[in-house]
Design a protein around this ligand. Sequence first.
Ligand SMILES: Nc1nc2c(ncn2[C@@H]2O[C@H](COP(=O)(O)OP(=O)(O)O)[C@@H](O)[C@H]2O)c(=O)[nH]1
Ligand SMILES: [Mg+2]
Length: 363
Amino acid sequence: MLKCGIIGLPLCGKSTVFNVATNAGAEVKPYAGGKTDPNRAIVSVPDSRFDSLARLYEPKKTTPATVEFVDLAGLSRNAGKGEGLGNSFLSFVAESDALVHVVRLFENAEVPHPEDTIDPVRDWNIVEMELIFRDLGVIEARLSRILAKKKTGAAEECEKELLERCQACLLEERPLREMSLSAEELRVLSGFSFVTLKPELLVANVDETQTDDALPSFAALKELAGEKGIQLIRVYGRMEMELAELSREEQTEFMDELGLVEPGRNRLVSGAYALLGLISFFTTGKDEVKAWTLLKGKTAVDAAGAIHSDLARGFIRAQVVSYDDFMANDQSLPKCREKGVLRLEGKDYIVADGDMIEIRFNV
Ligand SMILES: Nc1nc2c(ncn2[C@@H]2O[C@H](COP(=O)(O)OP(=O)(O)O)[C@@H](O)[C@H]2O)c(=O)[nH]1
Ligand SMILES: [Mg+2]
């Protein structure tokens, strides 16, 4: 399951955004020190196709695709003042698949800002630099271990050369995700869990009174996101957290007022999903309708393996029909077969978003 770590300076609204994403009701207040377990919650990925399949099959069990959000309390108050974000924070970032980076735009005289003023671009840079320092430290440690060796093999020479290129990138204050790395290079780097290699979703946490696109802090952030190629979404943190607790009808009413088409939860979950290039495929039946998560570009055998390793091992063929074709043909598999939209695909078939798949296998 995909794990999204929520990061950002103290009091920027991380726990608030966590609650928007998960409706988990985590405590929203300044961290008082001491050791605290992170807030964790698993949420299902909103998908109207999955909902209609579940209604149609009326299975004993429905299993939507899921995403986990993790929000760590207790970032160091001294982040950005050269004291680092703390080890527990950085190890939590390292175990995330994607980062949801929250920056504060909201004005609220009751909530102090660790840097005293509202400046989301500066805040973003502070956290980004912490992540860059962390990766630099990991590289330096590894390089000095390689250099200390009397003899190094060809593989280590390659690794050293690659790490030095990464180091040069970080020393220019650029995250590793800005490098163009081959699949093989990414494989070599995978063991280091580099945090600046992780895809990042930038969340502008604005107050419900700040709906204007021309808001200077928002305009500046938009420019930054454009420059860096980072996906930016706007969340009315406090307001949408309260919204998440209301009934559907009440939510819709308030969302209309704010000009929002989708609730914050959907924007956050779908944003993270798209960010990672994830798609969903479905398995259907009387027992269970289930949505599975797969990386874009993966094959029918990968899909089989996601379900069970036996299905990948004994893979013969995948019976595939797209959700859209299925719906367009009276939700009837025989009719889909007749029309030729229900196909038998081989191992190398690239799974498309919304495919309904049945694996034929033999073990
Ligand atoms: N006015 C306003 N206050 C907010 C907003 N988002 C968060 N806050 C307040 O800012 C404080 C810190 O929020 P919290 O989510 O605990 O920040 P964290 O330290 O990053 O987890 C809380 O008192 C929130 O109510 C917002 O959109 N508007
Ligand atoms: Mg918090």
